[in-house]
Design a protein around this ligand. Structure first.
Ligand code: NI
Ligand code: MN
Length: 226
């Protein structure tokens, strides 16, 4: 069984039974969660790009837990210089980790790091865990190559719906058609006023226009994949 918990914004905790993964661990200063960064103990952290609302507590959590950060090569170098254990990948590459396989996918967005360092290209991830394929899009616009990602056979897609900085609700419905996942989870909305969205209205459109089941979580809420 795989348990996916939405911490808030783009931060998710995924428990595989043997390992705990933390995605885009923006916790301190995240208006969507009351959790403390110290309350997480991941084995691995997956970081999609260099923006502050994704890097968040990566360094402090990784150091405290001796977690390995899986990210692009430029951010891998930036973390390594700060004595953080990291694993660098690039777009299109897949690698087998102790918890399962990870494929790094393209995303259309920016990726400058909080201190101004070039953060390479932004990414998404396909996580292949215990026979389940989970696509985490990261921050991105809609792109038609999502059809190719969908060909991998997705159980779950995690998509931003906030608009303004990423694709919005209607483009994420189009993305869901390209990806054809069994289930789709929205994120990157309601954290701040510019990305406020009506997730129930989005879920209605997903149900009426796609074959996917929308899973709208509240921050802190979990979803189990059998
Ligand atoms: Ni971003
Ligand atoms: Mn963001």
């Amino acid at each position: 069984m795989i348990e996916i918990t939405w911490i808030g914004h783009s931060c998710f905790e995924i428990k595989t039974g043997s390992h705990t993964l933390l995605l885009d661990p923006f916790i301190t200063g995240n208006p969507a969660t009351d959790r403390a960064a110290d309350s997480f103990s991941p084995d691995f952290i997956l970081l999609s790009h260099g923006h502050e609302d994704h890097v968040g507590d990566t360094i402090s959590i990784a150091k405290r837990c001796r977690a390995t950060v899986i990210t692009n090569y430029e951010i891998f170098e930036w973390l390594t210089k700060q004595d953080v254990k990291a694993h660098g990948m690039q777009m299109g590459g897949e690698f087998g980790f102790p918890f399962g396989r990870v494929k790094m996918t393209i995303a259309f967005h920016g990726s400058v790091l909080p201190d101004g360092t070039y953060g390479g290209n932004p990414a998404g991830f396909i996580l292949k865990l215990n026979g389940q394929n989970i696509y985490f899009a990261g921050d991105t616009a809609l792109f038609s190559d999502m059809k190719l990602i969908g060909e991998e056979g997705l159980d779950v897609a995690i998509l931003p719906i906030g608009d303004n900085y990423t694709m919005g609700p209607s483009d994420s419905v189009r993305a869901t058609k390209f990806l054809s996942p069994k289930q789709v989870i929205p994120c990157h909305f309601d954290t701040w006023p510019p990305i406020a969205q009506d997730a129930q209205a989005w879920a209605h459109e997903i149900r009426s226009q796609t074959m996917a089941q929308p899973i709208v979580l509240a921050p802190g809420e979990s979803f189990q994949l059998n």
